[in-house]
Ligand binder design. Sequence first.
Ligand code: AMP
Ligand code: MG
Length: 691
Amino acid sequence: MSATKELTVGLLIVSDTAAADHATDRAIDTLTAVIAEANAQIHNNAYEWLVEERRIIPDDTEKIQEKIKDWCDNKALSLILTTGGTGFAKRDVTPEAVSELLDKTASGLVHGMLAASLKITPFAIMSRPVAGVRGDTVIVTLPGSPKGAKENLESIIKLLPHACIQAAGGDSRVLHSGGIKKLEKEAGVAPPSGAHDHHSHLHESGGLASDDAVGMTSGCGHHHGGGGHHAPTPRTQQGGELKSNDLTGDVARRHRSSPYPMISVKEAHKLVVENITAPEIVKRKVDANLVGYILAEEVRAKESVPAFRASIVDGYAIVHTDGVGIYPVVGVSHAAPGEIKPLEAGQIARITTGAPLPPGATAVVMVEDTRIAKTTDDGTEELEIEILASGLTELENVREVGSDMKTGDLLLSKGAEITAVGGEIGLLASVGIVEVGVYRKPVVGVLSTGDEIVQHDRAGDLSIGEVRDSNRPTLLAAITARGFEAVDLGIAKDQPGTLEDVLKEALSKVDVIITTGGVSMGEKDLLKPTIERTFNGTIHFGRVAMKPGKPTTFATIPTEGNISRPIFSLPGNPASATVTFHLFVLPALRQLSGFIGEDIHLAKALVTVEEDLVLDPRPEYHRAAIRIDKSGGLVARSTGGQRSSRIGSMEAANALLCLPGLSEVGDKRTRIPRGDKVEALIIGELKVLDV
Ligand code: AMP
Ligand code: MG
């Protein structure tokens, strides 16, 4: 259920520090949370904030102005919020950079922010915010400290929709038709005498605890505390107001638009990465079941390979200083264990590939470089052999002890992946390593939810309203195929008690829970409330700007021993469930198994599209079959209708084409023309194009 009007927002973070290392930025999370809270409180559902642009740039006038012009003049965003650069430091230039671009100033907004901040700290007087309008866009500069930015934004955000609608050309007579009282009611603000309540609200940290000085610091947007590492920011406020619907409340009181902030896929990935616990280390035997594990320790060779001087060819072992001539054959060495007679200069011994050299021998002559000189009378045994090769070098055709691998050599580094191709397993086996320390792979439970869902193989026709469960078999197969143990958790009815019981049981059995269904806006959509209210879980995100998969939800539930278990509540629509499994769950499973960095994500490639692809307002993960063409390039063919309910869109798909959302396409293209290249995430095996 979408709101009637979306007010688009750009967040421009101006900070030298954050621009140099994006991980140090907290302003984006902070502002996104304030905006989400504002969305949750919008009364008449007439509009909704939608953060469309986020950028981190250094304290640089030109860069600030360039972004603001683009966002106002080309993108026509409803609101731009800048943070940082509002203090007195030399590098603080944001207000000046913004002022030059304004068509109108909005001193009321500035007063509002200053008045609110002054109630918190006299240092507010050190702030130099500006606000105003350029084109259709309202622009406000906020201080650099996340706490200050939050307090300032909270003090004006309820009034901003009105300003934005008017700035964008909304009819002011219509806007003002009910008088100021009506406007106040719609904005959810009280007249000034009630402002005191609001003040105390400003002090709620909402989990965004900050060590920054209150409000306006020197304002350069640099974050104190260093290290760039901060605790994950919960998206919900424990013990405070929960975002999910209260299940004991009336249906009519449920949210009519999602109270969860719409975040980008990139932000969602970041939240998953931050909230997955460190992998556990276990011992595993070296055998075929080791495939897919990541080594948690470096492994060194316990033995040398070869363990003895071995011949590389079939031929005759010899002392290399002996040259061309006829030699008696004094022994035979086969590739088999056992005693071997020593050899002296002037003697040779027959030897096979891989067999140990007789003590005393220093080279091997290939059988091709020899001729029989004398045999036994019955002709069955060689007595003398003529060596035809001259100039033998020491160890010619010999693998010296430890020449492949010496005892103590590094065999595999910590973090190495054991693959099915055999390389790593063979290496470990070759030096007698029987057990290694690896990261434990998570056990994954899959639960379907919905009163309408029936077992896929239930005999007989469906009654009206029944739907066969296609998500569970699909996900169980995908998990197993990726080398993880999957546990079938069955189907849970849309009843709070049932869901609670099933999840409780699941939490004791599996490391990661995947549910499908029950995360939309319906009153039977119980996942979010159950996670938050029954299990005291934290919902890290509940809405992602993507198609399909918008209501994808990721939460963690605290369990015994201070372990938090991830739960992915995927949308019920089959294509959405499968796409979001690959996009979000798989990287989490890989991270839990010890993969790090980019390795947790699906591999990406550039592919040429074979047909025009129409763009959606949201970034789309378009199911496609990609193949390798004659020239070695990759070509992509859409799997057809991409409706999220159509599981057929996954049939034969081995890639998800990453199509930009309409708003991200600078030149206002509405389609990707055939022949253009797009990024594709690889989810299956590549095949060759059949022409
Ligand atoms: P929900 O997210 O529960 O609102 O479900 C969205 C849509 O997906 C509904 O049409 C459901 O019937 C359908 N759906 C939910 N779960 C499954 C499933 N396990 N298999 C097939 N379709 C499902
Ligand atoms: Mg449902």
